[in-house]
Design a binder for this molecule. Structure first.
Ligand code: CA
Length: 236
């Protein structure tokens, strides 16, 4: 319950009302909040206050959110700070760019306080989990991935995946809730330097879903952005 205590969150959002709503709701969860409506100031606060997570609006005076994200991920000192982009509808290409720059997630305005809190907690949880070694079995009921044997079972039934399908499933299922762009999946699952189009990714995913049968719904398509594996087996 007290895992939020002492966790500092920076809100960089130039709509004062929205910034206030975010502050109010996250403080209510026990988080420590700092905020600004200016991009330059936001970048300064990132470096000086070293928050655990930044809620980052994209359109900002001073410096835009994507530039802040780019700088954060280029700088050793700030690279590890989680980023959730706060985006407007129709900003899909900026969302894709932000995710490829290293942002962890995004919320689209208007969002409910509940959704925001859930996303923030999920990203912080994932941050902790991803530090753990990626070996052994990965269970995402009813899917069980045996990384050592390169074997996947659905409802205790073994399914045959190609190496690419296996790596795609592994990448997605290792970070449930995280949205991957096609470009990120190419890098993670297919390998850098291999010439694959984004359309190829869709073909592999389509084939993977078919083999997953009833569990296919665990891989969700995020229109205009990419794919994600549902958290908690999609039950939440
Ligand atoms: Ca804005």
């Amino acid at each position: 319950m007290n895992e939020t205590k002492g966790t500092r969150i920076l809100v960089v959002e130039d709509e004062p009302d929205l910034r206030e709503v975010i502050r109010y709701n996250l403080q209510g969860e026990g988080f420590e909040l700092i905020g600004t409506g200016d991009g330059e100031e936001g970048w300064r606060l990132v470096r000086e206050q070293h928050p655990q997570l930044v809620l980052l609006d994209l359109m900002l005076p001073g410096m835009d959110g994507l530039e802040i994200c780019r700088r954060m991920k280029e700088d050793e000192a700030t690279r590890g700070i989680a980023v959730i982009m706060v985006t407007a509808r129709g900003e899909e290409s900026d969302i894709v760019l932000g995710l490829e720059l290293g942002a962890d997630d995004y919320v689209t305005k208007p969002f409910s306080p509940r959704e925001l809190v859930a996303r923030v907690k999920a990203v912080l949880r994932r941050d902790r989990r991803e530090g753990e070694a990626a070996t052994g079995r990965l269970v995402a009921d009813p899917i069980v991935i045996d990384r050592d044997r390169h074997e996947v079972k659905v409802d205790d039934r073994r399914i045959d995946l190609t190496p690419t399908e296996f790596r795609l499933l592994e990448a997605l299922a290792t970070s449930p809730g995280r949205v991957f762009t096609r470009e990120q999946l190419i890098r993670q699952a297919i390998g850098e330097g291999v010439v694959v189009t984004e359309r190829n990714v869709d073909v592999h995913i389509k084939s993977l879903r078919k083999k997953l049968g009833d569990a296919r719904g665990l891989i969700e398509t995020i229109r205009g952005v990419g794919y994600r594996f549902l958290e908690d087996g999609g039950k939440a």
